[in-house]
Ligand binder design. Structure first.
Ligand SMILES: [Ca+2]
Ligand SMILES: [Ca+2]
Length: 177
């Protein structure tokens, strides 16, 4: 986190607080900053505060409530939803969600992608909202192929998985192995 402070006669210290507990001081009072490792704290909403002290000992403070620490990576899954009736294709559905209570511990899905090595080397990235459902992508496959899925939440946590998917050469039922 970063803060901006100023004082006509000089600032001597800038202290940072998390949930009203002092957790550190700025090394440089002209550009106050402190890194917080969110995984050292409980997931959910927190209060962050800053106290600046001038040469005369006067203090000024500011705080911000409801800063979310999201320490849990999203869930991702893959399913085959359509048979390959007469064609070398099936509909693959990527499912994704960000676990946690909707109002507290979940930052929401920022993006999700699906890639298929042999036909689509570049992942298709969907722009999705925090509570978006699954997306569908048509993928041409034959026999056993690998499909990779990934989801990223708004806090930057990523989950990636790879699945073997089977489609019989001439029609048949697509299946995630
Ligand atoms: Ca002053
Ligand atoms: Ca999350």
């Amino acid at each position: 986190m970063k803060s901006t402070v100023s004082d006509a006669n000089g600032v001597v210290s800038v202290d940072f607080y998390l949930d009203d507990v002092r957790i550190g001081s700025a090394a440089d009072v002209t550009n106050p900053a402190l890194d917080i490792v969110s995984t050292n704290y409980l997931e959910g909403l927190h209060k962050i505060g800053v106290v600046a002290t001038d040469v005369a000992g006067n203090t000024a403070s500011v705080s911000v409530n409801n800063i979310m620490f999201d320490n849990t990576a999203p869930n991702v899954s893959l399913s085959a939803s359509t048979t390959a009736a007469g064609g070398w294709y099936c509909n693959m559905t990527i499912g994704f969600s960000d676990p946690g209570d909707a109002l507290v511990a979940r930052s929401g899905i920022a993006s999700a992608s699906m890639s298929h090595i042999s036909l689509n080397p570049n992942p298709t990235v969907y722009a999705v909202g925090p509570d978006a459902g699954s997306k569908v992508q048509l993928i041409n496959i034959s026999n056993t192929q690998t499909v990779s899925v990934s989801a990223t939440d708004r806090a930057g946590n990523v989950t990636s998985k790879s699945y073997s998917v089977n489609l019989p050469f001439e029609g048949g039922v697509c299946s995630v192995l």
